[in-house]
Design a protein around this ligand. Structure first.
Ligand code: THU
Length: 134
């Protein structure tokens, strides 16, 4: 049996997380999974509000979970949904990824074709992020 690659494993974790989405308004479930440098996988899914603007995307749920668990170094993030080609992270998520996971590979897949994975860099998704000098 061939061993599954980290990419495949992370996409599979994102697909499992997708099922935990709370999306009563759009019915559009999104799953995300972050791989930390230490090898941990931290997942998230979108959570919607009746006050639509309060909705939180899967990527940010995963990132906030990871950051508040003390994780700071990310190798990759997988994002999946049922749409063709997979869901591209929204602008807000791109900003947060640029701030906290600038080196992460972004793996995007459609859950119907989980082995067709597109790879992006955070830099490509948001070439000129707003960053505060620290
Ligand atoms: N959504 C995500 O979870 N990630 C994205 O990058 C784009 C959109 C969610 C938010 C909302 O719950 C649903 O998709 C429809 O917009």
């Amino acid at each position: 049996m061939p061993k599954t690659s980290p990419k495949t494993q992370l996409v599979d974790a994102a697909i499992a997380a997708m099922e935990t989405a709370v999306a009563p308004h759009s019915q559009f479930k999104v799953g995300a999974a972050l791989l930390t440098k230490s090898g941990l996988v931290i997942t998230g899914a979108n959570v919607e509000s009746a006050s639509y603007g309060l909705t939180c995307c899967a990527e940010r749920v995963a990132l906030f979970k990871a950051l508040t668990a003390g994780e700071r170094h990310f190798v990759a993030v997988a994002v999946v949904a049922r749409d063709e080609g997979g869901p591209m992270p929204c602008g807000a998520c791109r900003q947060l990824l640029a701030e906290y996971a600038p080196q992460a590979k972004v793996w995007v897949a459609d859950c119907k074709f989980p082995r067709r994975i597109r790879t992006y860099s955070v830099k490509r998704l948001l070439p000129e992020p707003f960053l505060l000098l620290t």
